[in-house]
Design a protein around this ligand. Structure first.
Ligand SMILES: [Zn+2]
Length: 258
């Protein structure tokens, strides 16, 4: 089976092969180099695509037989979040907000409002550091624990949901997740709303991919997100797709019982 452990074994064997390679031997060195490069690419792919389930299991795909979609926002709380909440309220839709701990300061009321209006608050790390993927397990635990503490302090709930920054997963992140018994929340519709500047293109990308079981990744911080969200909700309605919470879609509990 394609897992990190099995791949690590192949990796070690290949390295041993390269180390003990007898250069006078007839067997070409490419017999080692080509698989080595292939396995390296595989590991890179496994890290980058959360859906691969390579390093850890993430909830990414809802039931294809149910006309349901889930909407998720990363990187808040943000000054634009209240506008997003207004749209959700107007359309009676529920979403999940994966918040960055360092963004809480001065925006605690926004996080409170997210929870009060029936949306989920999840952990998206404290630092959202570009080096998050290189943190030791200890440093990862320190980082995410700070956000869990802030969530508890702000909304009075013990968080269970984690979404890795940049969606990148590594063996260390996998260990941290196991230690904290997190439910890792992925997605299957990536909007690329932080990089696609053309709103038409962005909407086209999301709307054409929306179907039964879609988990859509958006960001609170994308300019005009409230209007984009309204279009996404209109499309869901037109296609008879119910916008449900991640709890409903995956039959999970986002918080630990008190
Ligand atoms: Zn993020």
């Amino acid at each position: 089976m394609l897992t990190f452990r099995n791949t690590a074994v192949v990796y070690v064997l290949l390295i041993l092969g390269l180390m003990t390679y007898d250069y006078s031997h007839e067997l070409s060195i490419w017999y080692y180099v080509v698989p080595f490069v292939a396995v390296s690419l595989l590991v890179a792919w496994g890290s980058y695509f959360i859906r691969s389930g390579f390093f850890l299991k993430a909830f990414c795909d809802g039931d294809k037989n149910k006309s349901q979609v889930a909407i998720t926002f990363d990187d808040g709380p943000h000054e634009q979040t209240p506008l997003i909440l207004d749209v959700l309220k107007k359309n009676n839709a529920k979403a999940a907000f994966f918040c960055i701990g360092k963004n809480f300061r001065g925006k605690e009321e926004i996080v409170k409002r997210i929870a009060e209006e029936g949306h989920l608050v999840g952990n998206h790390s404290f630092s959202h550091s570009n080096f998050f993927d290189f943190f030791s397990v200890k440093k990862l635990l320190e980082d995410v624990s700070k956000t869990d503490a802030l969530i508890l302090q702000t909304i009075g709930k013990k968080n269970r949901l984690f979404r890795p920054p940049f969606g990148v997963t590594t063996p260390n992140i996998s260990q941290m997740v196991a230690k904290n018994k997190y439910l890792v929340m992925g997605w299957n519709v990536r909007s690329y709303d932080t990089s696609i500047k053309d709103r038409g293109k962005l909407l086209h990308r999301v709307l054409t991919r929306m179907q039964n079981g879609s988990v859509i990744l958006l960001h609170d911080s994308t300019p005009g997100m409230d209007e984009i969200l309204q279009k996404v909700l209109d499309h869901a309605k037109a296609k008879n797709l119910n916008v449900v919470s991640l709890e409903e879609m995956f039959a999970i509990k986002a918080y630990e019982p008190v």
